[in-house]
Each structure stands twice: as structure tokens, then as C-alpha cells.
Design a protein around this ligand. Structure first.
Ligand code: GDP
Length: 300
């Protein structure tokens, strides 16, 4: 909870600055208080649609005089936010037989490679065996970067030279992970968006390659999203969710933004669970997402 609090501190401070008065014990819950609340939720990048919906529900309760004061309003707001997040909180798909295959997808610069490395370290720390696969063969830097993460986390890496076929290196990695009985195979993929159709075709080919070797895989397709891009990131995310079979979100760079409300918008608008959050550049700066801790940290 402490790390979560730290991670969302900028969003919390910005929210507090705006709504301190609204959610205080003494404030009467009238229309102007509700409007202030709506504006501050929108400023946290929760999204207009989502903010409006939340406020409608709160307004309705206020009208029926079921909200005595600001403190009660805060409690109801927290319940609403948790409900939105929990609605998407389904368990990850069960794995018939290891390896559990996790494809990491998303636009370049969102933190995909970093997150692949952190996730490998996260599972290693739990005593699980992991194999990494560098399938972003387009960028030499991505392969080199993943090599560094592989050394840092003590997790083996399967890679090819730059320009190789991503599905070919993935095929090798799937065979290696099976032969070496690894619990997890984490696959870093390319994310150059200016060739959108090629990229989606490539991801599709990788999914089919995976299924050919392991019929129930990939077990997770994690879309990595940069929280600092807020609502703009949602637009990009839709491109992937429409064609890449995304099963969950990793929200990175939460440490550097006041736009943490985007986590709520993701659940509400993309209908996907946030699985992990990135809270810094270091190896242990990845936390499993916990909706209670998140909301309690946002609105203390
Ligand atoms: P990719 O192009 O999507 O693979 O992105 P990278 O993994 O290369 O990350 C881009 C930059 O974001 C790097 O400088 C990372 O250190 C940084 N980064 C990634 N995740 C986080 C995070 O959770 N917090 C912060 N502050 N920086 C991050």
C-alpha cells in the first residue's frame, strides 16, 4: 500500500488540491459541490463519459438525500471507482501445461521492453522459472536493452539478429521454453505504429505461431500503456485491443503523472483489467494492480 501511495502521489495531490473542499466533512453536498467533483475527476483523466456516469449515480443519491456530507460523498465515490475496476477483474486464463506464454504488445516508448524485463524479474523473485524472447527484431536497441534486462534478472534470453522474422525467433523460444520446462515465456514484440497494418499482421502471425505449438496459448496478451499520455493513450490502445486479442493492461510511468485516473477509464472504456502498474525505471518498480489499494491511495 505504501508503494501504491507513492506511485499515485501526483494524481492524489492534484485531486486533493481540487476537491479537498468538496469531500470535507462540513461541505454540504449540493449541485455546486457535485460539479466541482466532476471537473476534478475529468482533470485526472478519468474521461468525460466515465466522470459523467459516476456523477449521475451520485447526484441521484444526493437528490434522495442519502448523502449527508462530504465524507459520505467520498465513501460513495470510492465505492463507485472500485466497482468499475472490479467489474473487469477476472482471473488470468488457466494454463493446461507450462510454459504460460505472455505476449507484450504496445506502441514504442510506452515501456514494453522495460516491463518485459521487470516482469521476468518479478516471477523469478517468486521462484518461478522464466524465459525471455526478443521478438522486436526491428529495433536493434530493443534486443540490446532486453539483453541487459536478461542479465539483471538472471533470466535467459532467446533472440535473433536484427531484421529477423519475429515469428521465427518466437518459434525457437516456444520450443526452448517447452524443452526446458519453464513456467513462463515472456515475449517482447515490436510497436512501430506508422506501419499499423503490418504490425497487426505480424502480431496475428505470432499468435498463430504460438497456437500451433501450444494450442491454448498465448495465455495473456498484455498491452503496455504509458499513463503520462492519458486519454491520448486510450485511442492508441483501441487499435491494439481491436486486433491483437489483448487480455490485460500494464499501466507504466504512473510515478510521473497526475493522470492516474486513466486506470479507471481503461477499465470502463476498454473493458480490460489493469494487471500491473509501472512505478519507476528500476527492476522492482512493477506492482501487481490492486483496485482497493489503488482507490484508497487516490482518495485517502
Ligand atoms: P518500449 O519502446 O515500449 O520498449 O519502451 P522502453 O522499455 O524502452 O521504455 C521507454 C522509457 O520509459 C525508458 O526510458 C524506461 O526506463 C522508461 N520507463 C518504462 N517504464 C517506466 C515506469 O514505470 N516509470 C518510469 N518513470 N519510467 C519508465
Amino acid at each position: 500500500l505504501d508503494r501504491m501511495k507513492q506511485a499515485v502521489s501526483r494524481t492524489r495531490e492534484s485531486l486533493e488540491d481540487r476537491i479537498e473542499g468538496v469531500l470535507s466533512l462540513t461541505r454540504t453536498v449540493d449541485e455546486s459541490a457535485l460539479e466541482d467533483l466532476e471537473m476534478s475527476l475529468i482533470a485526472s483523466d478519468i474521461g468525460v463519459t466515465t466522470a459523467t456516469e459516476i456523477l449521475e449515480a451520485l447526484r441521484d443519491r444526493a437528490k434522495r438525500q442519502q448523502i449527508k456530507d462530504g465524507a459520505e460523498l467520498k465513501q460513495l465515490l470510492k465505492e463507485q471507482l472500485k466497482a468499475i475496476l472490479d467489474e473487469q477483474n477476472r482471473p488470468a486464463r488457466t494454463v493446461a501445461k507450462p510454459p504460460e506464454v505472455i505476449l507484450m504488445v504496445g506502441v514504442n516508448g510506452t515501456g514494453k521492453t522495460t516491463t518485459s524485463g521487470k516482469l521476468a524479474a518479478y516471477y523469478r523473485a517468486q521462484g518461478r522459472s522464466v524465459l525471455l524472447c526478443a521478438a522486436d527484431t526491428f529495433r536493434a536497441a530493443a534486443i540490446e536493452q532486453l539483453e541487459v534486462w536478461s542479465e539483471r534478472s538472471g533470466v535467459e534470453l532467446i533472440k535473433s539478429r536484427q531484421g529477423g522474422d519475429p515469428s521465427a525467433v518466437l518459434y525457437d523460444a516456444l520450443q526452448a521454453a517447452t524443452a526446458r520446462s519453464r513456467d513462463f515465456l515472456i515475449v517482447d514484440t515490436a510497436g512501430r505504429l506508422h506501419t499499423k497494418n503490418n504490425l497487426m499482421a505480424e502480431l496475428d502471425k505470432m499468435r498463430r505461431t504460438t497456437q500451433r505449438l501450444i494450442p491454448d496459448a498465448p495465455h495473456e496478451v498484455l498491452l503496455v500503456m504509458d499513463a503520462t499520455t492519458g486519454q491520448n493513450g486510450l485511442q492508441q490502445a483501441r487499435l491494439f485491443t481491436e486486433s491483437a486479442g489483448v487480455t490485460g493492461i500494464v499501466l507504466t510511468k504512473l510515478d510521473g503523472t497526475a493522470k492516474g485516473g486513466i486506470a479507471i477509464a481503461i477499465a470502463r472504456e476498454l473493458k480490460l483489467p489493469v494487471r500491473y502498474i509501472g512505478v519507476g525505471e528500476k527492476i522492482d518498480d512493477l506492482l501487481p494492480f490492486d483496485s482497493d489499494a489503488f482507490v484508497d491511495s487516490l482518495l485517502e
